[in-house]
Design a protein around this ligand. Sequence first.
Ligand code: SF4
Ligand code: SF4
Ligand code: SF4
Length: 285
Amino acid sequence: MNSHQKRTPPKMDMYLRAGIQLLFFLFLPSAFTTAFSGIQSVFTQLGNSSPVVCSAFVTVLLALCAYTIIFGRFFCGYACAFGTLGDAVHSLYLLICKKRKKKPVQLKKSWRKPLSFLKYLILTVIVLLCFSGVYANMKGWNPWDVFSMLRASNLKLSGYGLGCILLVLILMGMAVCERFFCRFLCPMGAVFALLPVLPLFSVRRNRSSCIKRCSACERICPADLSLPDTGSGIVNGDCFQCQKCIRICPKSSAQSGRGKLRGNEMWFTLLRAAILAITLILAGI
Ligand code: SF4
Ligand code: SF4
Ligand code: SF4
């Protein structure tokens, strides 16, 4: 896209994202936990040597994976309740720091890359625990079970002490580091990052139209990603499709989509959100 082509004003794009996040949080908050239960269910059944039953959990998991293969991690950027919670907590933290004129605490840049591999380790451990049948007896430690209960105004949390502590620690991490849980810990994020995502709507930049020495898109990226060049087939699995890099680019050099098929326009964002909502509802959420 060159600077003469129309683009959605950055502020409107930001409000659009916040609006979509809020709607999914209010009306489809359980997609993340349901898909995660799908992983548990598949590996528990495999561990029992029983045939894998395509339950509602597994259907939602498959539907979300299929959606992500086509559209990239739009679910993570716009629709996951846990990701939205993280964004809200982080924004609140930044606001408090601003009001109190304090510099926000930041996670060292050199730690971030190695920490991003932790989510694969967590996914592997969970898969092994499910496969061995141990996971089913670990009720009470799971922070996203606690989150789901709180979200449903269920305060019967006795027996969920460890889950509550982990949730508080995760919230603290999400406050000081944008998308802390998504980047470093989320087992669903690890699954999405490993999927072979089609390069149709991934974000890229046209370096020939970039401002010299500009790195605004990299600095704003919550995953510290450097955008690949237009025409490159590279898809970075850690991109949450938040589109912040597109919004901040002063030259409209950053864009999603390929050729004339652009993916960063308002109508297309709404279409992707609608397709996602319909997919989840059809999958039985
Ligand atoms: S990485 Fe995990 S918690 Fe974050 S938005 Fe994606 S599914 Fe949700
Ligand atoms: S913000 Fe835009 S102009 Fe700056 S480096 Fe990124 S793509 Fe290029
Ligand atoms: S800022 Fe851009 S590259 Fe970074 S996660 Fe968001 S969409 Fe992906």
